[in-house]
Design a protein around this ligand. Structure first.
Ligand code: CP
Length: 476
């Protein structure tokens, strides 16, 4: 199968670094005098290839920069800028659409309003699929542009070839912001500190993202005590996350008294996002405090770069445009070299940057839900009428380690294979034995997986005619 890019976790850190090195090469080889962030000219590297851009939601930066990137590489582009100009408007499923497009093009870039849509597309085609944003889930290529900008703007990152010294404050709609979800995983993986500062409490990072940061990326919340008081006075903070010091036990990070060495003296970057009104559940939008020169007046912000995935609405002052800290137009411009490098990597135009299979491809066992479990995320593509006809809910059985949850009993966790939302069924059972249990330890004893069934609660198990296991778990 070709390598697709559905989430930022489909790339290793080394692969991301290799893509950035290639983006540097393109900027060097195709310069625009006086504008070191802009690609100029065209080369003949992708003459044999065609890119499809299939956008079911509006876009300026992502679609045009992908198309520009393909043209600059000498390739060709076919495009649909809205769902209404495709047969999706007549009810065609995404699965059918991409099976057709794979015969017309060599790589598909998809933007879709439903979470997990890009994974569906990747499953149904033989050409690579790149997620250009799927609902509130992820926007991995924006994260590549964000990291590349952080690297370009920060001398220490360039010199040390590491993001570990970086502190990034994430401001705005962290709940619905797909760019934020991809970015926090990447920052955690690269060892940067980040400080989520949601515009309101309701717009904080989703719980399953927080759980995953702990579970898979060893990224733990620091107590506000670990920050200096002056900082807390200036900036509203709902939570602070740090990646642990490699030399210390991760377990210790849970103990509030432990010295975490996260005193924040300087914010290297402000990452501002707009309120995602198109995905907000509330009736009236919350007031959104503006980031502008006045807001960034403090000494700790003197060297801070201000990034924004754009478009901006009210949350970022226009006075930042003439402030050297505002780098968001450069960030948008880097979309071309970064996406050129990604396309070149996926189409193998300059060496073999990507390994044959994605990282962690077989980390967790996959389970079809036994027909009883549906994804609880109402925005998951498995609930979309056109896809329900052919798509069965599918989950990864996520195994927990007690240390990640402060020694508490781990929960049973099923992660939707499409939108990655997590469900916590209360009980599990064996179909062949018609027995159930609410002890996660039973999980490892029920094999094969086709014999496994999950229940939301004991009542559901009893109604299905299952009896509770007696005694300690046994091999069945
Ligand atoms: N940053 C971003 O995704 O912008 P567009 O919606 O304009 O593509």
């Amino acid at each position: 199968l070709p390598r697709s890019l559905v989430t930022i976790n489909d790339l290793t850190n080394d692969e991301i670094e290799a893509i950035f090195a290639l983006a540097d090469d393109f900027l060097r080889e195709m310069p625009t005098p006086g504008k070191e962030w802009r690609i100029g000219g065209r080369i003949s590297l992708a003459e044999e290839f065609v890119l499809s851009t299939l956008f079911y939601e509006p876009s300026t930066r992502t679609r045009f920069s992908f198309e520009s990137a393909m043209h600059r590489l000498g390739g060709h582009v076919i495009s649909s800028a809205s769902r209404d100009t495709t047969s999706a408007a007549k009810g065609e499923s995404l699965a059918d659409t991409v099976r057709v497009l794979e015969n017309y093009s060599d790589v598909i870039v998809l933007r879709h309003p439903w979470e997990g849509a890009a994974r569906v597309a990747a499953e149904y085609t033989d050409v690579p699929v790149i997620n250009a944003g799927d609902g509130s889930h992820e926007h991995p290529t924006q994260t590549l542009c964000d990291l590349y900008t952080l690297r370009k703007e920060n001398e220490s990152v360039r010199e040390k070839r590491s993001f570990r010294d970086l502190t990034v404050l994430l401001r705005g709609d962290l709940k619905h912001g797909r760019t934020v979800h991809s970015l926090v995983y990447a920052l955690a993986r690269f060892g940067a500190k980040f400080i989520p500062s949601p515009a309101t409490e309701d717009l904080a990072l989703p719980q399953h993202v927080i759980d995953r940061l702990r579970r898979e990326y060893d990224c733990y919340p620091a107590s506000p005590k670990d920050l200096d008081e002056e900082f807390l006075k200036d900036v509203p903070i709902n939570a602070v996350y740090v990646t642990p010091d490699k030399d210390k036990s991760h377990q210790l990070a849970w103990v509030p008294e432990v010295e975490l060495s996260v005193k924040v003296n300087q914010i290297h970057a402000f990452y501002v996002t707009r309120l995602q009104l198109e995905r907000a559940d509330g009736d009236s939008p919350p007031t959104y405090p503006k980031v502008d020169s006045r807001f960034l007046n403090g000494s700790r912000f003197r060297q801070s770069s201000v990034l924004h995935p754009l478009p901006r609405v009210e949350e970022l002052g226009y006075d930042m445009d003439s402030d050297s800290r505002g780098v968001y137009f450069k960030q948008a411009s880097y979309g071309v070299p970064v996406r050129m490098a990604l396309l070149a990597a996926m189409l193998k135009l300059r060496g073999d940057i990507l390994s044959a299979s994605p990282p962690d491809a077989n980390k967790y066992e996959q389970f079809d839900g036994g027909g009883r479990i549906e994804c609880l995320n109402g925005q998951c593509v498995t609930h979309l009428e056109s896809e329900r006809r052919h798509l069965k809910p599918k989950f990864f059985i996520v195994t927990e380690d007690q240390k990640h949850f402060g020694g508490a009993q781990p929960q049973l966790t099923l992660r939707c294979a499409y939108c990655e939302y997590e469900v916590h069924p209360h009980c599990l059972g064996s179909k062949s034995h018609r027995k159930y249990d609410c002890d996660p330890a039973r999980l490892s004893h029920i094999r094969p997986l086709s014999d496994l069934v999950f229940f939301n609660d004991e009542q559901q198990a009893l109604e299905a005619g299952y009896q509770r296991y007696k005694g300690t778990p046994v091999h069945v």
